[in-house]
Design a protein around this ligand. Structure first.
Ligand SMILES: [Zn+2]
Length: 188
């Protein structure tokens, strides 16, 4: 059996401790550009239910794993989810998340990924509460990219635009926070 054949038999990724944040997901073998790596699995719940769950988690340092869908619902990666929920944010990602027509989310390689590289995607996290110093600390980005913005938080939008797929990943939802609410957001 050739090395190439052996490599194809390996799962594309593994989970281990990351220097960026908590657990991370790493390439177990070389991954080709455009390759579909893993589904972002989890139970689809309503936004209202997601807010209840976020409050139950108790604060910004307790991670929940919400991923908003075009239909206004949310995938909770912490409920029947898989390893995809451990993929970290990076300001210079090597993956992207795409919502398919049927409302399922898959992680694709943006470009060539070498074995042992950490997988990442960019998920500007929309947090509608005040961006206090504590909140900024809680969502600091340590991706190490030369163009790192230092934060996972998206700038506060002036007004909502329709969200095209891919939807933003919402990791780490503070209690009682309204994160990417389907309701209109007050301007200013
Ligand atoms: Zn960064």
């Amino acid at each position: 059996m050739s090395d190439a054949t052996l490599q194809q038999d390996l799962p594309a990724y593994r989970v281990e401790r990351s220097s960026v944040h908590g657990n991370g997901v790493f390439a177990q073998r070389d991954i080709a550009p455009g390759e579909r790596i893993v589904e972002y699995a989890g139970r689809e719940i309503t936004w209202d239910e997601a807010q209840v769950r976020a409050e139950e988690q108790g604060g910004p340092h307790n991670h929940t794993f919400f991923f908003s869908l075009a239909n206004g619902n949310v995938i909770d990666g912490g409920d029947h989810g898989n390893e995809a929920r451990f993929i970290n944010h990076s300001c210079e990602p090597n993956c992207e998340a795409i919502e398919e027509e049927d409302g399922r989310i898959f992680i694709y390689a943006l470009h060539d990924i070498k074995r042992d590289e950490e997988l990442s995607y960019s998920y500007p996290l929309i947090y509608e509460g005040r961006h206090t110093p504590a909140i900024k600390r809680a969502f600091a980005c340590r991706c190490g990219a030369p163009n790192c913005t230092g934060t996972m938080l998206a700038p506060k939008p002036r007004k909502r635009k329709p969200r095209p797929a891919p939807a933003s990943l919402v990791d780490s939802v503070p209690a009682a926070a309204v994160v990417q609410s389907p309701q209109p957001v007050a301007a200013g």
